[in-house]
Write a protein that binds this ligand. Structure first.
Ligand SMILES: NC(=O)c1ccc[n+]([C@@H]2O[C@H](COP(=O)([O-])OP(=O)(O)OC[C@H]3O[C@@H](n4cnc5c(N)ncnc54)[C@H](O)[C@@H]3O)[C@@H](O)[C@H]2O)c1
Length: 263
């Protein structure tokens, strides 16, 4: 961390070593935050932190005690946390419900549901004391609709619900809580999934209004805005960053999304 960062507000990004997380770290640094890259993959967290003059921290959000210790460490060693982007999640591949791997089910619930709640409460405590903070959770478009992500989708729906709950209960204590809901985003992990044939980018693009997939930077921009003073009157919202997937719902019944008109 460079010396001139001393007076900057502190933001923590869980999952900060991943595709959307790393883009968020970069954007928050550009916006003047001092950033903690908190991730289970500490080697990658160090790489991202080194690239953006940030601080790496090992965290497994599925370990409640570890999350509490991490929050205490950041408050003590880095400074009072004013911003939190709760990005970390256990992803899942499409499958039929009858074929659910129960170990994976337990992992997804432990990380996405319990882990996100543990993260919000551990890092939110200091914000409540100081009556100042902005939290952004990361849902998904699968939170709104049916999908073949049998465990992941329900946990993302729960994240929307818990974000609204905390937005209300913490609102008068000066803490805002909002949720961004990405559509299919071209992160390195998703690109690898395309390469393995588990997902088809062209099929996904057909479901978008804009005719393209989302970039990690697009999601990072929304997170940084919701965390900024510019969003000081916004709390308890879900913001889709999905290139219009949610808006295309009924168009499949009418032949799909129309092509661009000729100029
Ligand atoms: N990529 C997409 O298409 C997409 C779509 C909708 C929502 N999302 C959401 O966006 C967020 C970021 O996803 P991404 O696509 O960048 O994935 P990613 O796999 O690139 O990043 C996830 C990061 O979280 C970390 N992580 C996983 N489990 C953890 C744990 N228990 N404790 C701490 N860190 C942990 C991983 O090490 C990784 O760095 C996730 O919440 C995901 O559900 C992504």
């Amino acid at each position: 961390m460079s010396a001139e960062q001393g007076s900057s507000p502190v933001a923590v990004v869980t999952g900060g070593a991943g595709g959307i997380g790393a883009a968020t770290v970069e954007t928050l640094r550009r916006d003047g935050w001092r950033v903690v890259v908190a991730d289970r993959d500490i080697a990658l967290a160090h790489e991202v932190a080194a690239r953006h003059d940030a601080i790496a921290l090992a965290i497994d959000i599925g370990d409640r005690g570890g999350v509490e210790s991490a929050a205490e460490w950041v408050e003590r060693e880095v400074g009072p946390v004013e911003g939190l982007a709760a990005v970390a999640a256990h992803l899942e591949n499409p499958h039929r419900p009858e074929n659910q791997d129960w170990r994976e089910w337990d992992d997804i619930l432990r990380v996405n549901l319990t882990g996100t709640f543990a993260t919000l409460t551990a890092f939110g405590r200091g914000m409540l004391r100081r009556r100042r903070g902005a939290i952004v959770t990361v849902g998904s478009i699968t939170a709104f609709n049916s999908s073949p992500l049998q465990a992941y989708g329900p946990t993302k729906a729960a994240i929307l619900n818990m974000s609204r709950n905390l937005a209300v209960v913490w609102g008068r204590s000066g803490v805002r809580v909002n949720c961004v809901c990405p559509g299919p985003t071209r992160t390195p992990a998703v690109e690898a999934s395309y390469a393995r044939g588990e997902r088809d980018p062209q099929t996904m693009i057909r479901q978008t209004a804009l005719g393209r997939l989302v970039r990690p930077q697009d999601v990072a921009n929304a997170i940084a805005f919701l965390m900024s003073e510019g969003a000081c009157a916004i709390t308890g919202v879900e913001l889709p960053v999905d290139a219009g997937v949610l808006a295309t719902q009924c168009w499949g019944m009418y032949g799909g999304v129309p092509d661009a008109v000729d100029a």
